[in-house]
Design a binder for this molecule. Structure first.
Ligand code: ZN
Length: 243
């Protein structure tokens, strides 16, 4: 199983599983700790970036530090970055910080881990303008329509399917999972934010089982397909090394 979005650094050490995952940063304070985390757990791949929640802390110095940190072993992506309407940070600031990080990702050839809350139209235009299709990545916590999913897939982005799929009230997401190309599906827990139990394997397996049900796959096939997709998008192999 490959969890493409887990804030493992914020989990107690005993809950950090020895299984493949992508650990995104939310701000600069986490960058060097996440680089060190990969040294201890070689299957913990790392994304470094500044979450829109911290966009107002961004300075030109951040871009220089981030560029240097992105070259470290185990740092396979830029994230988590994006736009969030709920935040009290002007969209102008959020967009500028997002663009700076997208440019770094494209320059260094790294995929991106994207966060969006109610800004998808604007986000799509920026992704196109910054030519993000060249590096691809994952739309974390996808919750949109089939049409939106298709637009993201056309931009070379995978869809991070999370716990929303387990919510019986979410009627749109099962049809997205059913209809998008199989190679665009990856799974994520977003722990510890959305998981209230101590066994982190269980929620990921529940999500994978729900994906399998939507696609009429066996659970084993769903594990294999979503893991291979994550490895391909993030350009890592199963041996703990970066291609
Ligand atoms: Zn997150």
């Amino acid at each position: 199983m490959f969890d493409t979005h887990i804030h493992a650094y914020q989990l107690p050490a005993r809950h950090r599983m020895a299984r493949e995952c992508l650990v995104p940063a939310v701000n600069e304070d986490e960058w060097s700790d996440l680089v060190a985390l990969h040294q201890h757990h070689v299957h913990f791949w790392v994304a470094l970036g500044v979450h829109p929640q911290y966009a107002d802390c961004w300075t030109p110095q951040h871009a220089m530090t981030l560029e240097r940190q992105l070259r470290k072993p185990g740092v396979v992506a830029v994230g988590e970055i994006g736009l969030d309407k709920r935040l009290n940070i002007p969209m102008r600031v959020q967009e500028q910080v997002l663009r700076s990080q997208l440019r770094l990702a494209v320059d260094l050839g790294k995929p991106v881990i994207l966060h969006d809350v109610h800004c998808i139209g604007r986000l799509l235009s920026i992704l196109k303008e910054e030519r993000v299709a060249a590096v691809g990545g994952v739309m974390h916590g996808f919750y949109g329509s089939v049409e939106m999913a298709q637009e993201l897939v056309a931009l070379n982005l995978g869809l991070g399917i999370g716990r929303l799929l387990l919510n019986a009230k979410s009627s749109r997401l099962p049809s997205v999972v059913k209809t998008v190309p199989a190679q665009s599906l990856v799974v994520e827990t977003d722990a510890p934010w959305r998981v209230a139990v101590a066994d982190w394997r269980r929620p990921l397996l529940d999500i994978i089982t729900a994906v399998a049900d939507c696609r009429s796959w066996s659970v084993l096939d769903a594990v294999r397909i979503t893991r291979n997709n994550a490895r391909r998008i993030l350009r890592v192999n199963g041996e703990g090394s970066h291609e």
